[in-house]
Design a binder for this molecule. Structure first.
Ligand SMILES: [Cu+2]
Length: 134
């Protein structure tokens, strides 16, 4: 009888744990295609605080990246050393003809976050977008 109670108790704990995780699992996938002239959209929207898996496909001829800037930060091209601290999160080094994936946690603060490609000359080619967090 005692063993059964211990088992029931453990089962209860386990189910509560799973429920807690399930309630929090706010996971979205963001598919982005980059070319040498920009991203496939000017805006991308994710829920605040969500786990975001970014799949970045590079259909261009040179490497690209997807860097999310901190809220209120902007880059005046050319991107350089002065701008490194403005980056909140980035997926970089995506080779031409490949897709690279990584996961980040979206900011909990809603707003419009700049997305840029920090490779010199690429913002100028149009590699700038907005990540809308809401
Ligand atoms: Cu680029």
């Amino acid at each position: 009888m005692k063993k059964f109670l211990v088992f029931a108790f453990l089962a209860l704990i386990l189910s509560l744990t799973l429920t807690a995780c399930g309630g929090q699992s706010n996971h979205v996938t963001l598919n982005v295609t980059a070319t040498d002239s920009g991203y496939d959209s000017k805006t991308y929207t994710v829920p605040a605080g969500a786990e975001v898996t970014l799949n970045l496909t590079n259909n261009g001829a040179v490497q690209h990246e997807f860097a999310v800037l901190k809220l209120g930060q902007h880059v005046t091209p050319p991107f350089g050393e002065k701008d490194e601290d403005k980056i909140l999160w980035e997926l970089d080094g995506v080779d031409p003809g490949t897709t690279k994936s990584d996961t980040f946690t979206a900011p909990t603060e809603p707003g419009e976050y700049d997305v840029i490609c920090g490779i010199p000359g690429h913002i100028e080619m149009g590699m700038i977008a907005t990540l809308i967090v809401k």
